[in-house]
Ligand binder design. Structure first.
Ligand SMILES: NC(=O)c1ccc[n+]([C@@H]2O[C@H](COP(=O)([O-])OP(=O)(O)OC[C@H]3O[C@@H](n4cnc5c(N)ncnc54)[C@H](O)[C@@H]3O)[C@@H](O)[C@H]2O)c1
Ligand SMILES: O=c1ccn([C@@H]2O[C@H](COP(=O)(O)OP(=O)(O)O[C@H]3O[C@H](CO)[C@H](O)[C@H](O)[C@H]3O)[C@@H](O)[C@H]2O)c(=O)[nH]1
Length: 330
């Protein structure tokens, strides 16, 4: 298929773009490099620099596109509380501009990066797709708004679309991994502390109603997550008919606490992780664990690297093999 990947210079988008190329698809990446890197765009993909809202129409006007995978977004929860305008503009404005361009140029398939953040603090875990959506911050709210827009466009304009709601993405895929600046995600921060690249990692809250008092999350390997995109793409137009929008939660169904992540990282790296205990981070649910039964049943998706230690080992290999290698203290 001929595919547009927005945000393909970022963490998840670059891994998906790499897997799409390996599967024989033709890939164009559209990315403004606001938080991605040019050298994360896989060789073999065409690259267009620019903002989705401004450039998607121009790219799709070339014609012949079979689908779009839309990763480009702003995705820092705290920042979204401080500056909601940027989140509504980028995440909803970007999605609306993309949908309009897809409609105009008759692109029939869309895979959208949604998020567990649309559920807010869930009443039941594991969280199924029909759980109530009560986002606790503008990031989750903007993603949910985009989901609704996609649903309406699919129904009215015969688009086949899926929203994949990722839980906590981790690990790396060969030369593609997490290189955010600033970094806010737990596993890369823990590994940077293990590597001596930061003095310590702060545990955000030790008084949650969980077995060890720290937040519990469902970590999913980025390579497994990426494969779900390829399976969803195959299903679009066939199993998921034009005029249909379908949601899939993606996680492993197992929860790990912040302390468990730190202990596993110490075991995997053989290094101590300096830790500071801090206050709760506003907006963090105590427990977020996915039910991915629907993705397994309907897409035939099975995670191949569900073990937390494997995800951390792959992220550690990525960190130590990247440019930081030369500066890694013994
Ligand atoms: N990483 C996670 O744990 C996680 C969890 C749930 C959902 N998601 C969603 O998955 C998607 C990818 O996440 P990620 O972690 O790879 O993020 P990322 O920041 O690494 O990648 C996003 C990419 O999009 C680009 N971009 C942002 N705004 C753009 C715009 N307006 N026009 C063009 N390019 C733009 C950035 O430069 C970057 O390369 C996002 O939509 C995010 O909301 C991520
Ligand atoms: O320095 C840190 C960073 C994180 N944490 C804790 O570690 C857990 C994981 O935090 P991350 O920032 O790695 O991930 P989130 O759970 O906040 O966010 C992820 O899950 C969200 C769903 O709520 C969204 O999908 C979001 O895009 C995605 O990154 C949380 O309990 C957080 O409080 C710490 O203790 N210290």
């Amino acid at each position: 298929m001929r595919l547009l990947v927005t945000g393909g210079a970022g963490y998840v988008g670059s891994v998906v773009a790499a897997q799409l190329l390996e599967a024989g698809h033709e890939v164009t990446v559209l990315d403004d490099l606001s938080c991605g890197r040019r050298d994360s765009v896989p060789d073999g993909a065409a690259y267009v620099a620019g903002d989705v809202a401004a450039k998607a129409g121009e790219v799709l006007a070339a014609g012949g596109y079979d689908g779009v995978l839309h990763f480009a977004a702003k995705s820092l929860v705290g920042e979204s509380v401080e500056d909601p305008r940027a989140y509504w503009e980028a995440n909803v404005g970007g999605a609306l501009a993309l949908l309009a361009a897809m409609r105009e140029h008759r692109v029939p398939r869309l895979v959208f990066s949604s998020t567990a953040a649309v559920y807010g603090d869930p009443q039941t875990v594991p969280v199924p797709e029909d759980a109530p959506c009560r986002p606790a911050n503008p990031y989750g709210a903007s993603k949910l708004a985009a989901d609704h827009a996609i649903a309406g466009y699919a129904r009215a304009y015969r688009l086949a679309a899926v929203s994949l709601r990722y839980f906590n993405v981790a690990g790396a895929y060969g030369r593609y991994g997490e290189r955010h600046d600033p970094e806010t995600h737990l596993i890369p921060l823990v590994l940077q502390a293990a590597a001596g690249q930061r003095d310590a990692v702060t545990v955000y809250g030790t008084d949650y109603p969980t077995p060890d008092g720290t937040c519990v999350r469902d970590y999913i390997h980025v390579a497994d997550l990426a494969r779900a995109h390829l399976l969803a793409l195959d299903a679009l137009g066939e199993v998921i008919k034009p005029g249909t929008w379908r949601v899939y939660n993606l996680g492993n169904g197992d929860g790990f606490s912040v302390w468990q992540v730190i202990e596993t990282a110490e075991r995997v790296t053989g290094r101590a992780v300096p830790v500071r205990e801090g206050a709760r981070r506003p907006g963090d649910p105590a427990v977020l664990v996915a039910s991915s039964a629907r993705a397994r049943a309907e897409l035939g998706w099975t995670p191949t690297r569900p073990a937390l230690a494997d995800m951390i080992a792959d992220a550690w290999a990525f960190l130590t093999e990247s440019a930081a290698l030369t500066r890694l203290p013994a």
